[in-house]
Design a protein around this ligand. Structure first.
Ligand code: ADP
Ligand code: MG
Length: 577
């Protein structure tokens, strides 16, 4: 019921569409009732009294009546459907917006494909349900009320007899509805798995081909599809059971009416015409009632979907603005991790990490993979919050800043060179939305991207991303750097920004990075130690702890883990080069 009320609340802004549709429903219901009512006078006047005038008027009246009904029906359908669609659109927008505000942790827990499925399939299912229900309630509800009026008017005792069966139909309808709701939820979960597989497959298509995984993936896909079918099959079964059960129960009502009504007619207490009008109204009445009961099952499906959608809407971000944020303009760029302990789940990933970077310093994080380097970086922009200790910028705990203010202090370049559909200029401008063309170009020059951009077919206006030209890894990386340069944030995080590149692009990118790093406090994780030899400070991490700190020379002299990593890499490196 809660979910239902919530669903209804979304249609509030579109109340006038609903009102138009409702008024039109009265038109439709009214004509239906009128038709049923008219059976009696028609039969009496035309066939009993042989009234020629009525006979002449009748065909015209029928046409007019149905024309009127047609217009009403159009208005009713059109306005209720658009209202439903608008409400659903709001829900879809809200889910999208809400997910955007959720923390990285949420996105790690929920596969991309499954999230997409919630926004596409689940919301779609809600839409079907809502449209069915509202049109159903309006059209069939109003029609039913009108027809009820007629049968009570004709013969109230007979009406009562014909209706005693209706409450009985509610019992199976409710049982079936409950099953359908839970099955619908489960089938949507399976649909989420299907989308997940699709998403994974299409983004990993190269690996699938190279490792000959196609058959295996097809098998997995078939199995998931099959398991979706298992659930949807049950939904269909209950859906299909609904109608026959109702009809059989209603047959009792019809039988009773014929029995009792026939006796009334035979004994002369009711005219045959009135009886016919009654039976026509009753026959017409069962159809909207059946549809209402059917609508009930599609409400259940919609509710199942709505519960899943509201789950996402209700998800509270664990990274939020503080109640009383400290204001910070442009930070100087001092970053400090003070006794930081952190775990993603239960396992401790960082233990008592303390480290400071003064304004403009370059701090390099090195260590074996899994040491916690990326984790350290992700604590600074609050992708995650520390478990214990604190992260400070200019001496202010990052948790006491507004998230937007914090993000304004930080530029990030990592291995994943994310570019969006749009032109090159647009992609660079993501760094600063109001940047002038000159600023964009200056950033591109500093990122050593200007030259290759000019060689593109349309220069800065060349479309890139999924639907545009393909760029090399180094070119993509330099665009990401240009974007970061344009953002001009005091703190810079570079996570293995050059590790995916060949030596030549690496050289270019490294020069671009040097421009980016100038006058910024920089944290850099580099797989290749050659890129960090000149860092002000090298922090060596192992198993979530800082094991050594110093400059390249100091650490080499100390002969610890850094020395080991260094020797390993440079002996190998020389062998290769
Ligand atoms: N999103 C995550 N959820 C759970 N554990 C994670 C997550 N990301 C990283 N880890 C774990 O945290 C540890 C440190 O990882 P990471 O900081 O990525 O190391 P590095 O960057 O030094 O290679 C690893 O043991 C890794 O398995
Ligand atoms: Mg890493």
């Amino acid at each position: 019921m809660e979910t239902f009320k919530r669903l209804i609340r979304y249609s509030k802004p579109y109340w006038w569409r609903i009102v138009i549709s409702m008024v039109a429903s009265f038109g439709v219901g009214g004509t239906d009732a009128a038709v049923a009512y008219l059976v009696e006078p028609l039969m009496k006047r035309i066939f009993a009294e042989k009234n020629i005038v009525i006979f002449m008027i009748l065909p015209v009246a029928i046409l007019v009546l149905f024309l009127f009904r047609g217009v009403c029906r159009f208005l009713q359908d059109y306005f209720i459907r658009t209202a439903g669609q608008l409400a659903i659109q709001d829900i879809r927008n809200e889910v999208y917006q809400r997910t955007m505000g959720l923390s990285i942790r949420f996105f790690h827990r929920n596969p991309t494909g499954a999230l997409m499925s919630r926004i596409v399939n689940d919301v779609g299912q809600m839409q079907d349900g809502v449209a069915n229900v509202v049109t159903g309630l309006l059209r069939d509800g109003v029609t039913a009320v009108g027809l009820l009026g007629i049968i009570f008017y004709r013969n109230w005792k007979l009406a009562v007899i014909s209706l005693v069966v209706i409450p009985i139909t509610a019992v199976p309808a409710q049982k079936i509805g409950k099953r359908i709701k839970s099955l619908s939820k489960q089938s949507l979960g399976r649909m989420g798995e299907i989308t997940s597989i699709l998403q994974e497959t299409f983004s990993g298509i190269k690996v699938i081909k190279a490792f000959g995984l196609a058959d295996r993936k097809v098998g997995e896909f078939r199995a998931t599809n099959r398991s979706f079918y298992q659930f949807i099959r049950k939904t269909y079964k209950y859906d299909a059971l609904n109608a026959p059960i109702m009809e059989v129960i209603m047959a009792f009502g019809i039988a009773a009416v014929i029995w009792f009504g026939g006796k009334e007619v035979l004994s002369g207490r009711m005219t045959a015409e009135a009886f016919f009008s009654f039976v026509v109204a009753m026959g017409m009445l069962y159809s909207p009632i059946k549809k209402l009961l059917n609508a009930y099952s599609s409400v259940q499906k919609a509710l199942g979907a709505a519960e899943r959608v509201f789950e996402v809407i209700d998800e509270r971000p664990d990274i939020t603005d503080p109640a009383e944020p400290v204001t910070l303009g442009r930070a100087r760029g001092e970053v400090e991790l003070r006794n930081v302990t952190f775990s993603y789940e239960d396992e401790c990933v960082l233990r008592s990490v303390t480290l400071t970077a003064r304004k403009g310093e370059v701090v390099a994080l090195v260590g074996p993979s899994g040491a916690g380097k990326t984790t350290v970086m992700s604590l600074i922009p609050r992708f995650y919050d520390v478990t214990e200790g604190a992260v400070l910028i200019d001496g202010i705990d990052v948790r006491s800043l507004r998230v937007d203010d914090l993000m304004a202090q930080i530029a990030l370049v990592d291995q994943e060179t994310i570019l969006f559909n749009g032109t090159i200029a647009e992609n660079i401008r993501y760094g600063k939305s109001n940047a002038t063309d000159a600023e964009v170009e200056a950033a591109a020059r500093a990122a050593f991207a200007h030259d290759f951009i000019l060689e593109m077919p349309e220069g800065y206006a060349t479309p890139i991303g999924d639907r545009g030209v393909r760029l090399s890894g180094g070119q993509r990386q330099r665009l990401c750097i240009a974007r970061a340069i344009l953002k001009d944030a005091p703190v810079l995080l570079l996570d293995e920004a050059t590790s995916a590149l060949d030596t030549e692009s690496e050289h270019m990118v490294q020069q671009a990075l040097n421009n980016l790093m100038a006058n910024r406090t920089t944290f850099v994780i580099a797989h290749r130690l050659s890129t960090i030899l000149h860092a002000d400070r090298i922090v060596v991490m192992d198993k979530g702890e800082i094991v050594e700190v110093g400059t390249n020379d100091e650490l080499l002299a100390a002969g610890g883990l850094y020395r080991k990593l260094y020797d390993m890499q440079f002996s190998q490196g020389e062998a290769v080069r």
